[in-house]
Design a protein around this ligand. Structure first.
Ligand SMILES: Nc1ncnc2c1ncn2[C@@H]1O[C@H](COP(=O)(O)OP(=O)(O)OP(=O)(O)O)[C@@H](O)[C@H]1O
Ligand SMILES: CC(C)(CO)[C@@H](O)C(=O)NCCC(=O)O
Ligand SMILES: [K+]
Length: 245
């Protein structure tokens, strides 16, 4: 019999792979560089079912599925759909939408009111807007690190450091100007999302997620929610409904 402790949820992101068992999905996942790293890890022991989602190339998914088959582990890859859990995707070709965005919406819908947006910030910052079960559309923006690398790569005299500001401020050195400027740009996405939703003239929730959500400390003033990891939460919803409903 499948138990929640024997199901592993895996989010294969652009930068990192996150894995956590279904019975612990609200907690902190384990991080891996890639799926080879994951396949050798102890989290893989004693599981009988794997639910995964990937934004990497197809070969990565194929290799993971092959490996599961050899281990006798049931493997289910979740992909972006046109409709599920009462949400309808606005993309005409839903296969083009990154499954992390789809799962973030599915995860957010469980905790948000009728109208909401989910802001997921990591390698990219994505924003997706949903009202009454209809996905209205979204934004894809470079993430904080990605913005800094693009800036450094496209200029001669601009350099960056590892600082990750949490307050809106200004810099007095090149590195501080870059860090504060890119932080201001990330925060700008949040304010623009609030502005867009405000025009709907209906109550809404803003849900923040992703490896860099700490950059949104400023949003604590408002009542936006910051759940653990929405992509994993979306995967958990799929696994629960398919295995235990
Ligand atoms: N231990 C860590 N290792 C790598 N990145 C980290 C770590 N802790 C925080 N981060 C931040 O998290 C960001 C990556 O976030 P996340 O893991 O959500 O991204 P990702 O793997 O690209 O997933 P996504 O595809 O959702 O963007 C990095 O930009 C980095 O600033
Ligand atoms: C935008 C990212 C990189 C965010 O992780 C991912 O969702 C992705 O690769 N998306 C494909 C393009 C799209 O969603 O329209
Ligand atoms: K992201």
């Amino acid at each position: 019999m499948v138990t929640e402790a024997s199901v592993l949820l895996v989010d294969i992101g652009n930068t990192r792979v996150k894995a956590i068992r279904l019975d612990a999905f609200g907690g902190e996942p384990e991080y891996f560089v890639d799926t080879d790293d994951l396949m050798n890890a102890s989290v893989f022991r004693d599981i009988d079912t794997l639910y995964f989602a990937s934004v990497r190339e197809q070969a990565v998914s194929d290799r993971l599925a092959d490996w599961c088959q050899k281990q006798g582990v049931t493997c289910r890859e979740v992909v972006t759909e046109k409709t599920a859990f009462g949400i309808t995707n606005s993309y005409e070709d839903v296969s083009k939408m990154g499954v992390d965005r789809w799962l973030a919406m599915i995860g957010a819908a469980e905790i948000a009111c009728d109208t909401f947006c989910v802001i997921d910030t990591g390698t990219a910052t994505t924003v997706d807007f949903v009202s009454k079960g209809q996905h209205l559309g979204g934004w894809i923006v470079p993430g904080f690190q990605t913005m800094k690398s693009a800036l450094v790569g496209a200029t001669k005299r601009v350099t960056a450091d590892d600082a990750a500001p949490v307050t809106l401020d200004v810099g007095q050195t090149t590195e501080a100007c870059v860090a504060q400027g890119c932080h201001a740009a990330v925060i700008g996405v949040y304010f623009s999302a609030v502005d867009y939703l405000s025009r709907k003239q209906t109550p809404f929730d803003v849900i923040l997620s992703g490896g860099d959500k700490k950059l949104f400390a400023i949003a604590e003033l408002s009542d936006s929610m910051r759940p653990a990891n929405l992509v994993v939460q979306g995967l958990a919803r799929y696994a629960k409904s398919e295995l235990f409903a």
